[in-house]
Design a protein around this ligand. Sequence first.
Ligand code: HMG
Ligand code: MG
Length: 298
Amino acid sequence: PFPNAIRLVEVAPRDGLQNEPEPIDTATKLELIDRLGAAGIRYIEAASFVSPKWVPQMADHRDVMAGLTRREGVTYSALTPNLKGLEAALECGVEEVAVFGAASETFSHKNINCSIAESLERFAPVLERAKDAGVRVRGYVSCVLGCPYEGEIPPAKVADVSKALYEMGCYEVSLGDTIGTGTPLKAKRMLEAVAKDIPIDKLAAHFHDTYGQALANLYAVLEEGIAVIDSSVAGLGGCPYAKGASGNVASEDVIYMLNGMGIESGIDLDKLAETGQWITLAIGRPNRSKVGVAMAAK
Ligand code: HMG
Ligand code: MG
């Protein structure tokens, strides 16, 4: 059965911008975050406390977190791969963070410079420290429907890593189709494997649209009861350690589909589409939301 309502996790300020080659000023990021909040989005991944050598575009994480105009009822989160990142994020008053692992060994090494097992060892103290500070931790698993280096990833591997993150204390595990190679029935099978160990309401879908399958994949997992969707306005984004990966599924496209299905999101599609037009113009990128482009042409 489809859910009645979903929570949208807007990742454009982080996943959407992290791979942009040209510097984007902090003010533009802050305006993007503010516009997303004004469109009714209640959860925004605003920054990433990673090494500026690895991901230069996120180097202004402190200024972004400190510069936010916080809206009532909106959660502003940040990625924190290790204790160093978490401590910096806590200093900036972050209320929620995310750790990110992978279901592929090679991707884990390329992305965070350690094995899957080592990554879990690093996350454990991050979760402990966050708990002490009263900060909730979300967990990501990358490469759930394929890896740019290893190809096919068995659903059992995805289930193992997801379970480890959940048991460690992540309140929610977001399943990342990092390179967008998944297809609907494959997405269902993967989810079934993961949902054997984790309640479906503790899982989120984080699908990239590289092969144009993201909406179809989302439809498939919504049917299984997934009610948290990660997306990026204008379909911005890509992962620096997954060559050729394009953006997340576009938030506008997700909301248009959900509206058509009678699934509540609390998001104003007009304002969201305007935000997509604005940011793509501001950073000189094409708008990769079909809905956004269609609405702008009206
Ligand atoms: P490392 O080199 O193994 O770490 O990197 P290290 O502890 O040896 O430190 C090396 C240097 O980094 C030191 O600086 C540290 O201070 C610094 P140096 O002495 O050389 O000047 N450092 C840091 N600086 C700032 N913040 C930190 C931090 N930690 C260490 N937190 C590390 C390990 C994880 C830091 C590195 O590999 C890294 O930053 N990786 C970033 C990867 C990344 O951001 N990828 C994109 C996000 S994941 C994604 O997009 C997928 C997702 O969307 C889901 C999906 O689609 O599948 C989430
Ligand atoms: Mg991603």
